[in-house]
Design a protein around this ligand. Structure first.
Ligand code: MTE
Ligand code: MO
Length: 369
């Protein structure tokens, strides 16, 4: 870690943070202490224990002591504006879905010229059983006007990222009305924890995590495209600053392994005993596309891994590979391909903000008796 950057008021500056190489900044380390990732060994669990699920909070976690007074309003280009209590929402039919969430910035720190932001390596992913109810009946009750072209979702957390804003995102009406977009109050059979959006959040399965707005209190139906910072000023794939870019949407195909053997505590370098061993991992893709193939690589030689039975449509899939570990230094890797034929790249995928880097997971291993 190197010294903190010279102080420039972030409340005035309009420029984004630059890209950089080298050691992590104090600011990045502080963000990493606030936003924890999954421990890779916890990939073993089909459903990530709640306390091991990754976290990404841009601002402060709001203090909401009870769900009793929480309301969700639906306003804007609707025929009947609604103000719903948690009781109104929970009176709808319940549904529990197993969904893998991944942060769009996962893999950012593995890009040579990384963006100054949350320095995720591989660990911004987790799978939960989310309990809630589809959003659709509420939007239908409110009744979208014929000029409604965007549906915005706002949380109560606020702060600065170039500009002042409340965390907000939007979805096209057609998507907001799909059966899979959910209003969620439960995570793994318990009320949401404060850091995961208590008492109410969205889950937009198959999309990178930014779409799943936490602490949801307002839905505004719009007759023009939503212009919130998290929609148009961030989460856009760009080659360079003047690239108009392409919005970040669905999760890209990816796989990870449980690091085999035992770690050195500080470097996390692995030590594996020679002989037969099994490497276990997970693979997933976005938009409900299933995993077709996972390969396991040792020093660049690839073999097919065995896939566990498919899980829910939007949840990751287990895989395992037999490895006859020979003494010496090795680099092991895994690579997934989905039913669309999309495969993970071997090397980092450039994006100016470090979004969508789904390069293969590589681990250096010492094999010694
Ligand atoms: N209100 C609000 N919702 C939010 C965020 C946020 O900062 N504020 N972060 C988003 C991002 S970028 C991700 S990846 C997911 C993370 O959800 P989790 O912390 O429950 O894992 O929440 C999304 N929803
Ligand atoms: Mo994210």
């Amino acid at each position: 870690m190197v010294e903190t950057q010279p102080w420039v008021s972030p409340f005035d500056a309009q420029e984004g943070r630059p890209n950089m190489e080298g050691d992590f900044l104090r600011e990045e380390v502080r963000l990493a202490n606030r936003n924890s990732g999954i421990l890779l060994e916890a990939l073993r669990h089909d459903v990530t224990p709640t306390g091991l699920h990754y976290l990404l909070n841009h601002f402060d976690v709001p203090y909401v002591p009870s769900a009793t007074d929480w309301t969700l309003s639906i306003t804007g280009r609707v025929r009947r504006p609604l103000k719903l209590s948690m009781a109104d929402i929970q009176a709808q039919p319940h549904k529990t879905m197993r969904v893998t969430l991944e942060c769009a910035g996962n893999g950012r720190a593995n890009i040579g010229m990384r963006r100054q932001s949350m320095p995720w390596m591989y660990e911004a992913v987790g799978t939960s059983e989310w309990t809630g109810t589809p959003l659709r009946p509420f939007l239908e009750e409110a009744g979208l006007e014929s000029d409604a072209i965007d549906v915005s979702f706002l949380g109560i957390d606020r702060g600065f990222d170039k500009v002042f804003h409340e965390y907000g995102r939007s979805l096209a009406p057609q998507l907001a009305l799909s059966d899979d977009v959910m209003l969620v109050w439960g995570m793994n059979g318990q009320p949401l924890l404060p850091q995961h959006g208590f008492p109410l959040r969205m889950v937009v399965p198959g999309w990178y995590g930014m779409a799943s707005v936490k602490w949801l209190d307002r839905i505004e139906v719009l007759d023009s495209p939503y212009q919130g910072h998290q929609q148009v000023g961030s989460y856009v794939y760009k080659e360079s600053a003047d690239d108009p870019g392409v919005p970040v949407t669905h999760i890209r195909v990816k796989s990870l392994m449980v690091p085999p053997g035992i770690p050195d505590w500080y470097t996390r370098h692995r030590l594996v005993a020679p002989g037969a061993t099994e490497v276990f991992g997970r693979a997933w893709s976005g938009n409900g596309v299933s995993i077709k193939r996972v390969e396991f690589g040792v020093d660049g030689a690839w073999q097919d891994a065995e896939l566990d039975p498919a899980s829910d449509k939007y949840a990751w899939r287990g895989w395992r590979a037999k490895w006859h570990a020979a003494e010496g230094e090795h680099e092991i890797a895994c690579r997934a391909t989905d039913e669309n034929g999309d495969t993970q790249p071997l090397d980092e995928r450039w994006d100016r903000s470090g979004f969508g880097n789904n390069m293969v997971h590589k681990i250096r291993v010492t094999v010694r008796a």
